[in-house]
Every structure is written in structure tokens, then in C-alpha cells.
Design a protein around this ligand. Structure first.
Ligand code: MG
Length: 234
């Protein structure tokens, strides 16, 4: 029925309130850089850089390149200082954000059974974060060591959700047809947009996000527990 299963991470595999998580994330980043840059200025420019990634349509530029080319000139600090501090932030300080999420004891047994069945599995998280930050979140739900076909990061991706180009890039990398894929996510806009390409969608609604109150069009819908039963039946 499906060859490839695309999993969103935040609010799907990792139980979390996105708003709380982002608030704590910005608080932690601001604290890290407080001796160098005013928190408001830092956060404003991280958000701006993130929007630049989301709006980018140049397939030649990675999200990382877009972010830094936008962010660096606006904060007037040397690139090597900023880059190494961000690396250190993700390597050390980011781990403390685990307190904002809940465990997901269903995730690892589910993933193991899906790998055994031979699915190509993608961590299709919005690639606005470095690989390190995504690896960390996978570790929080104990699925960081599995042989994924692809984990989308800001280093390896050229587009973000909710652009369809993001999904086109994923399926072209996998070499599969859209109709052979299932996108599993909790965000009505960012995850269900995959459906416009012919990718089938499963909306996990425990931590449902629908910021723009869009009409909900999905092939399947349910809790994470329902998702586990659905995938077991494949
Ligand atoms: Mg999500």
C-alpha cells in the first residue's frame, strides 16, 4: 500500500506543545547570547531568518545558506563567533529543552516494526533546524539510532514546509511516486499540503495545529495510538 512513510517530528513523534517549546527555546538561546546581543534583537533576527528559509524558492540554496546569509549581516557580530556559539548551544544547552516534551513509549516499538516490514522511513520535520537539534529530539523519544532513508535538516534541504517543493524534494530523493507515500503529521497546513501532490496523509490530532483555521482535508486521522493500530494493519 505504501513504500515510504514520512513522519513529522514535533507534536507527532515527539509529544509537545509547540508554543511552550518555542518559548523555552528562545529563552535558552537568548540566555546563551545575552553577553553579545540583546535578546529582542536576537530573537527577531532568528525569526526573520526562519521566515527567509520558509519563503526561499531558490533550489540552489540550502536552508542553512539562506538562514545565515540573512541572519549574519543583521546582527553585526563575526561569523565565526556566532557559528561556534550556535554549535555549542545545540551540542550542550539544547538538551535541557527535553523538559518541555513528554515521553512517547509507543515510538520505538512502532519504528522497529515498520523497519522490519521494509518501509523506507523519513523524518520529515520542517528543516529549519540543524541536524544536531533534530538528532537530539529524536533521541528524546529514543528513536535517534535508526536507519532512516532521510532526515530533513537545514543542511540538506532547499525548501521548508508548507511549500510543496519540500515534499517534491523528499520524494525525488527517495525515488518513489507520491501515491506510494504516507505523510504523518499534526499540522493541518504544513503536513497536509503534501496531499496536493498525491501523497496520502494521516493527521495525528493529539497535538493538532491549525493556526490559520484551514479546512481539514486528510485521508486518515486519529490519535498517535490510532496511528499505531493503522500502521500495524498494513
Ligand atoms: Mg509538527
Amino acid at each position: 500500500m505504501f513504500q515510504a512513510l514520512l513522519f513529522d517530528l514535533d507534536g507527532t513523534l515527539v509529544p509537545m506543545n509547540m508554543e511552550t517549546f518555542m518559548k523555552e527555546y528562545f529563552r535558552a538561546v537568548a540566555r546563551k547570547f545575552a553577553h553579545l546581543i540583546y535578546p529582542e534583537k536576537l530573537i527577531h533576527n532568528i525569526l526573520d531568518g526562519t521566515m527567509a528559509m520558509v519563503n526561499n524558492t531558490d533550489p540552489e540554496k540550502t536552508n542553512k545558506e539562506v538562514f545565515w546569509s540573512h541572519f549574519l549581516p543583521r546582527v553585526s557580530l563575526p561569523a565565526e563567533v556566532l557559528v561556534s556559539m550556535f554549535d555549542e548551544f545545540y551540542a550542550c544547552d539544547f538538551a535541557a529543552l527535553k523538559d518541555c516534551i513528554q515521553p512517547n513509549p509507543l515510538a520505538r516499538p512502532l519504528m522497529n516494526s515498520l523497519f522490519e516490514k521494509g518501509f523506507q522511513i523519513v523524518i520529515a520535520t520542517n528543516p529549519v533546524f540543524p541536524e544536531r537539534a533534530i538528532q537530539e529530539r529524536l533521541n528524546w523519544v529514543e528513536i535517534g539510532d535508526l536507519p532512516y532513508a532521510l532526515v530533513t535538516t537545514y543542511e540538506n534541504s532547499h525548501f521548508c514546509k508548507p511549500r510543496v517543493e519540500y515534499y517534491e524534494e523528499v520524494i525525488s530523493y527517495l525515488g518513489v511516486k507520491p501515491q506510494d507515500c504516507l505523510m504523518i503529521g499534526n499540522d493541518v497546513e504544513e503536513d497536509l499540503i503534501a496531499g496536493t501532490l498525491g501523497i496520502r496523509t494521516f493527521l495525528v490530532d493529539d497535538w493538532l495545529l491549525n493556526a490559520r483555521k484551514l479546512p481539514i482535508e486528510t485521508d486518515y486521522r486519529g490519535s498517535f495510538g490510532d496511528l499505531v493500530s493503522f500502521l500495524r494493519s498494513l
